[in-house]
Design a protein around this ligand. Sequence first.
Ligand SMILES: [Fe+2]
Ligand SMILES: [Fe+2]
Length: 203
Amino acid sequence: MKTKQVEQLILQALEHEKGGVEVYTAALQCVVNAQLKEEWERYLEQTRTHVSTLESVCREMKIDPQQDSPGREVVRGLGQSLVQAMDQARSGGEAAAAEIVACECVVFAETKDHLDWELLGKCAEQLEGPGAKALKRACEQIEDQEDEHLYHTRGWCRELWIQSLGMKAVLPPPEERQNTKTAMGAARAEQDADRERRSDARH
Ligand SMILES: [Fe+2]
Ligand SMILES: [Fe+2]
């Protein structure tokens, strides 16, 4: 294992979770659907916990959580641009359009978040010592939540877009009903939504 690169991943993940708090705060200004709002409020709370969990992982691993790096700056910039995109959409004055932009921004953010935790999980398997224990514990708590953040928001994003196009949308998306937590489950949920659309069109 390349220790420096593991450190880099942890610092990027921390920076990204911090940006995630800002992303959800901005997304909650754009959301219209009450159920999605509730969901994002929960994800915002979880994201706050992810920040503090990674800060304590840093302490356990003797990494300075404030330490900056070029990679970390890029992550920060990406987060800021997502917030900016949502502000811009909101100032456009079309609520339904801003909600879709917010969904897309959350999907962008959660794609990186999901990747970070997937990689952190792999690192935790390989590392040893007290820091590794803390990282393992964190992954056990958080990886599942990241699956939900990504797959469920992707479902909302797809169905809200479909609704905006004037087609039959399945809302809430099947990802909710099926409590989707895997890539395979997400593919199934998407198929089920299409099947529901087609059978409605035939009747
Ligand atoms: Fe997270
Ligand atoms: Fe997340």
